[in-house]
Design a protein around this ligand. Structure first.
Ligand code: PRP
Length: 179
């Protein structure tokens, strides 16, 4: 099956406005404090790079890479750490940065895991939220855009490893435009 980009869902101007708004909220909420921004690889890398450059609060960054396994019931999930944090987050204000929240299971398990390291606070900033896909109650503290359940790529999001480099968020046509 071939695929091609069908249309732009969120263009780069809208994305930059979204990032500006999120950064302003974060700068306001953490004024006078220091934060550790933790990007979850790989999808978050572009959003993270844009967001941290708009932060005026004292910031350090780190990355984690995780893979999720959904066994047992549909609401259970296990996050396996592929790359753990390098910094010690004990007593720190931690802000997880994700490109997308879908079922919410990755975030649920990730938050449980990071809580065991006793951060002073733990919040989540997500660029794109698909609430229709949620399998758990979790929600992010900072949400860029709530979007419908369509398969999107670009701005860090992939299909089979491709399209992460597209500057706009695009919808993929599963028929490759052959219909
Ligand atoms: C994506 C995304 C989140 C997760 C969200 O990562 O970056 O981590 O899926 O899905 P969920 O809410 O259903 O758990 P993915 O596993 O595709 O890896 P990637 O970031 O390397 O593309």
């Amino acid at each position: 099956m071939t695929h091609r980009v069908e249309r732009v869902m969120i263009d780069r101007t809208q994305i930059q406005e979204m990032v500006d708004r999120l950064a302003a909220e974060i700068n306001r909420d953490y004024e006078g404090q220091e934060i550790v921004v933790v990007g979850i690889l790989k999808g978050s890398f572009i959003f993270m790079a844009d967001l941290v450059r708009k932060l005026t609060v004292q910031t350090t960054i780190d990355f984690m890479s995780v893979s999720s396994y959904y066994g047992g019931t549909k609401t259970s999930g296990i996050v396996k750490i592929v790359k753990d944090l390098d910094v010690n987050i004990n007593g720190k204000n931690v802000l997880i940065v994700e490109d997308i929240v879908d079922s919410g299971l990755t975030l649920l398990n990730l938050k449980d895991l990071l809580r065991t390291k006793d951060p002073a606070s733990l919040r989540v900033c997500v660029a794109f939220d698909k609430p229709d896909r949620r399998k758990t109650e979790i929600s992010a503290d900072y949400v860029g855009m709530s979007i419908p359940d369509e398969f999107i790529v670009g701005y860090g999001l992939d299909y089979s490893g491709r399209y992460r480099n597209l500057p706009d968020v695009c919808i993929l046509d599963p028929d490759g435009g052959k219909k």
